[in-house]
Design a protein around this ligand. Structure first.
Ligand code: ITT
Length: 216
C-alpha cells in the first residue's frame, strides 16, 4: 500500500492507474515551503507529512514552466492557477512567439529511514545545512555529519516538454487543457495515455521501479 499525501484527487487517480500497489489518499494540507525548485519543496513536504503521520508516504510537487516567462509559474503554479486561472495564462502566452513549456514533477518518498546508495537523489536536511555552511566558507566535520538527525527523503523526477495552446479537452486537471504534447492537449488524453508520457507518469515509473525492488 502506498500512502499519497495530497489535497489533489487528480494526482491520486493518476498514481492508482500507474502503481501495482493500492494507493491511499491522505488529504493532509502540509505546510509548503517557498523555494525556487520543486525538489526542495517536495522534500520539505514529505518530511512535514512524515512528522505528522509517522508512516511511509509519498508527496508530489509539480509545476508548469513556460520558457518565454523564464520558467514562471514553476513553483508558483498552484497560486497562479488560483489567481489568474489557466485561461489568462494562455492569453499571456498567446502574445509570445515562443510558446515552449514543460511540466515537471518531483515525487518524494519518506519512511524515516536512510536509503541504500543508489543513483536516485537523496535529500537530507543535513545536506542542506552542509551546503549553507559551504557557502559561508565553513568546513563540515565528521562529528557534524554523525550528529545528523535529518530525515532522508528519496526523490524521483519526471519532465515532459510541450507547448502552451488555447484550452481544449475535458480530462485531467489543472493546466492540462492548455498544455499540448504531440498534437493533443493533456486534457484530451485518457488517464493511461497521459501517464504514458506525462511528467508524473515518468516520476511515478521511476518511483514504482525502485519501490518494487527496494529492501524497505
Ligand atoms: P498538493 O500540493 O496538495 O499535492 P496541488 O494541486 O497544490 O496539490 P502542486 O502544488 O504540485 O499540487 O501543483 C501545482 C500546480 O500545478 C497546481 O495548480 C496543479 O493544478 C498543477 N498541476 C500539477 N500537476 C498537474 C498536471 O499533471 N496537469 C496539469 N496541472 C497540474
Amino acid at each position: 500500500m502506498v500512502t499519497f499525501v495530497t489535497t489533489n484527487p487528480g494526482k491520486v487517480r493518476e498514481a492508482r492507474d500507474y502503481l501495482d500497489d493500492p494507493v491511499e489518499q491522505v488529504d493532509l494540507d502540509y505546510p509548503e515551503v517557498q523555494a525556487d525548485d520543486l525538489a526542495t519543496v517536495a522534500a520539505a513536504g514529505a518530511r512535514a507529512a512524515y512528522r505528522e503521520l509517522g508512516e511511509p508516504l509519498v508527496v508530489d510537487d509539480s509545476g508548469l514552466t513556460i520558457d518565454a516567462f523564464d520558467g514562471f509559474p514553476g513553483p508558483y503554479s498552484s497560486f497562479v492557477e488560483g489567481t489568474l486561472g489557466i485561461e489568462r495564462v494562455w492569453e499571456l502566452a498567446e502574445r509570445e512567439d515562443n510558446r515552449d513549456a514543460a511540466f515537471r514533477t518531483v515525487v518524494a518518498y519518506c519512511d524515516g529511514q536512510p536509503f541504500e546508495a543508489s543513483p536516485e537523489p537523496v535529500d537530507t536536511e543535513r545536506r542542506g545545512q552542509d551546503l549553507a555552511a559551504g557557502e559561508r566558507g565553513e568546513a563540515t566535520t565528521d562529528a557534524q555529519v554523525n550528529a545528523d538527525e535529518g530525515i532522508p527523503v528519496k526523490l524521483f523526477e519526471g519532465i515532459v516538454p510541450g507547448t502552451i495552446v488555447a484550452p481544449r479537452g475535458d480530462g485531467g486537471f489543472g493546466y492540462d487543457p492548455i498544455f499540448e504534447y504531440d498534437g493533443r492537449t493533456f486534457a484530451e488524453l485518457a488517464t493511461d495515455e497521459k501517464n504514458a508520457v506525462s511528467h508524473r507518469g515518468r516520476a511515478l515509473a521511476r518511483f514504482a521501479e525502485w519501490y518494487a525492488e527496494a529492501d524497505r
